[in-house]
Design a protein around this ligand. Structure first.
Ligand SMILES: [Zn+2]
Length: 65
């Protein structure tokens, strides 16, 4: 549940796009659920940078355009 909420908050900051890997994938696979149990599933470097910029400037989608 926490990962789903985090994914949706990611959409608020990053927009509607999904990534090929990590928490912003459109559909999580079995390995992703194992990674969630190990606390290994997260945002990729570009997503983290975009969220930092969005938080600092208030400009959503700032660096993923
Ligand atoms: Zn999504």
């Amino acid at each position: 549940m926490a990962y789903a909420a985090t994914h949706e908050i990611g959409h608020l900051l990053l927009g509607p796009r999904h990534s090929a890997l990590g928490i912003m994938q459109a559909v999580w696979k079995e390995a992703d659920y194992r990674n969630m149990a190990q606390h290994w599933l997260g945002f990729n470097a570009a997503e983290l940078a975009a969220m930092r910029q969005a938080a600092a400037t208030g400009d959503r989608l700032a660096s993923l355009r």
